[in-house]
Design a protein around this ligand. Structure first.
Ligand code: PRP
Ligand code: HPA
Length: 185
């Protein structure tokens, strides 16, 4: 499929900035303080969920000043579209999770199916504790489990399709530094 880069540029130019780079970075620093309080003595395994969790995890990790192991897993539900489908495990966790304290780091809690499935997978693999951290929680009433929340949440956004800070629009703009909402969505 050929991609229309003029369209991709236009999407960015027309998007609404919901959170600036500074607001994103400040939210991450606050989360790091909370996470440190909870996990500093637990020798945790911290997983970035690819692809969306990459930018957030990278920033977050540099604010965690205690011994931890970091790794990644890759699960996708949206495959570069704006609507979610079945969870597709590209790369399950490679480490032995038995009796470990696990922190899952992802960009967004939208409908929550992705994180629910990941948490179940880690529990079934014998983790002692599975905590979740997301940069942004989208506010709507379509969560997989009513009232579903993560253990650590940076920002809450309105019910629009968003990109930037790791989140994509058709595979693009994960590199945009703030968080932006697609025009008309
Ligand atoms: O709460 P949910 O409705 O399940 O959606 C959240 C998930 O969707 C996105 O991943 P996606 O499947 O788009 O893959 P990506 O990380 O490669 O963008 C995002 O990174 C989360 O992992
Ligand atoms: O709003 C979103 N933007 C980008 N990726 C996503 N994955 C779930 N929801 C979103």
């Amino acid at each position: 499929m050929s991609i229309d880069l003029d369209h991709i540029r236009q999407v960015f130019d027309e998007a609404d900035c919901l959170f600036t780079r500074e607001q994103v970075d400040s939210a991450i620093e606050h989360m790091a303080a909370d996470i440190s309080e909870t996990l500093a003595e637990k020798n945790p395994l911290v997983f970035a969920v690819m692809n969306g969790g990459l930018v957030f995890a990278g920033k977050l990790l540099t604010h965690l000043h205690f011994p931890l192991e970091s790794s990644y897993m890759h699960a996708t539900r949206y495959r570069n579209t704006t609507r979610g489908g079945e969870l597709d495990w590209k790369v399950p966790p490679a480490q032995d999770l038995k009796d470990r304290h696990v922190l899952i780091v992802d960009d967004i809690l939208d409908e929550g199916h992705t994180l629910s499935a990941i948490v179940e997978h880690c529990k079934a693999a014998g983790a002692a504790e599975v905590l979740t951290a997301v940069l942004v929680d989208k506010k709507h009433d379509r969560k997989a489990h009513p009232g579903q929340k993560c253990d650590f949440t940076g920002l809450i956004c309105e019910d629009r399709y968003i990109f930037g800070s790791g989140m994509d629009y058709q595979g693009y703009w994960r590199n945009a530094p703030g968080i932006y909402a697609l025009k008309g969505h």
